[in-house]
Design a protein around this ligand. Sequence first.
Ligand code: ZN
Length: 154
Amino acid sequence: MNADLRDLYQEVILDHAKAPRNFRFPEGANCSAEGDNPLCGDNLTVKVVLEGDTVVDIGFQGSGCAISQAAASTMTQVVKGMKRQAIDTLFSHYHDVVMGKAEADDDVLGKLAVFAGVCDFPMRVKCATLAWHTMQHAIRGCDNSDTDNMVTTE
Ligand code: ZN
């Protein structure tokens, strides 16, 4: 990745961290989970309005480092309107990319491509995936109406 691109990505991440999108709990949310990354001190709660298999609305609140906030912000933007299976596929690629296990496919990642550089910072991988894990736990929790899932990424 060239330096200009890296600067641009950093700018996008800082912009999301400063002004996170969907930083609110959506009305009528039927799934909820809390996620915690003790290594960095990131903590967030994700709430989802799930209709059938589709994420109709999603929001989050919490605090943490710029990467965790920006990852949560972009995650909520990207998965809104998506079906669970498509979300699983997308997260699996995103996860592989930030872990450094796969080359980023920009067509798949879209705006999530800004997190490709995270693979150079292993300590930040959990920051970049916390919101995603928490979202998945929230959605899974809907199946058995357990709305009080706690996720800890260690
Ligand atoms: Zn963090």
